[in-house]
Design a protein around this ligand. Sequence first.
Ligand code: PLP
Length: 463
Amino acid sequence: MHRTLADDLGRLPELLQSARDFAAREVSGLADRPVAHLGKAPGRDPLPAAGTGAEGALDRFAERWAPGFSGSAGPRYLGFVTGGSTPAALTGDWLTSTYDQNVSGGGDSFAAALEHETVGWLRELFGLGEEHSGAFVSGATVSNTVGLAIAREWLGERLGVSVSREGLGALGRVDVLSGSPHSSVTKALSALGVGRDGLRQVPVLSGNREAVDVERLAEALESLEGRPAIVVANAGTVNTVDFDDLRAVAALKDRYDFWLHVDAAFGGFAALSPAYAHLVDGLDTADSVCVDLHKWLNVPYDAAVQFTRRRDLQVRVFHNASPYLGMPTGDPDFLHLTPENSRRLRALPAWFALTAYGRDGHREIVERNVALAGRLGERVAAEGRLRLLAPVRLNVVCFTLAEDPSQERVREFARAVAASGEAFVTPTFYGGTHALRAAFSNWRTSEADTDRVFDVLRRHSGT
Ligand SMILES: *Cc1c(COP(=O)(O)O)cnc(C)c1O
């Protein structure tokens, strides 16, 4: 064994103690850490020949890189939809690396059984039934991709071909209909060979809405003249957190033949609160469902879950069996269900979080975040230099400068806010206007944080 490696092995408990002390300092300073670092990153070092040992590496990291890391896990980082990491989730994540299990299959470890238990808990949390099976993937983009890959196989089944064997050419045209799909849906269609142009955008409801107009969706399906299609329903749009009427969309199945995929990346968490659960009413009717976990479950990157009612088709697409072993039967191992073969035990942080805080604890995070978004929305609406662009339906505030919201001015506004270190919001384009979004999904965010965010927005709104 290399000498430094042998030294590290001999001192492993002390090394982990140093790492723990370092992490504890960083985590306790998280609320005051600048939300973003806009400065220039250090130049690249040459590849170390001899190596410093783990302690030396920690010193180098602390000196060169750590100061430039953002406070994205902290309470006033409201860009994109960004969760943090609860204490239990962080503990679970450390142990994921500690045990370093490969959850491709079962047999030699309880790890796969733990993933199954966790998926079952999540299914219940989001109001899905026994018919939905699920697996962990790295994020909502991959979850959408897996759901749409199963949908593609289903289209083949309807048309009497097997896309997983014969390829997409056997299928001909693929129609994908959606109202306000997330950009990851077009990315998935590109990767799946359907093509970005395969997406047909269906008009949304009038009156500052992003939810699909179900009558127009019915017309679009009618125009396919009986050809089966894929419908992507959206449960929580990124700009205004609008929700398609999932029950009404699903009811169209009585008349038309389609696969219903629901992108509930963060909107799925509405199910945790009796006050908002109606927004995802009908989620259980979906053929496939995407929910992100590194957003509102507040587990570390990268984790999401995908659910489907047609695991048989999922196995056809993703199975990784050698020809002489044949197709997996019974309860297929995870390697036959997701794009990965070797898989990290992503379920462990989620298992820790759900065990530690339960349904009630996670409901509290959701309800507090929604209340804080409402609080910020009210302040923005009352501030003459800002303009609220949509009602705050759940956890996102979509707003802009009241005067001359040109792309340049809005970007400069966002940059000035980030440069203050106090708050982080991200630019968007909504209703023909350059705008900003403040998304609440971090477990730490308080009223005081929200007021600090508003203060810095007001201060820089004259830019
Ligand atoms: C965030 C998000 C995605 C993509 O999620 P990643 O985890 O970044 O891959 C997809 N759909 C919606 C609605 C989202 O909010």
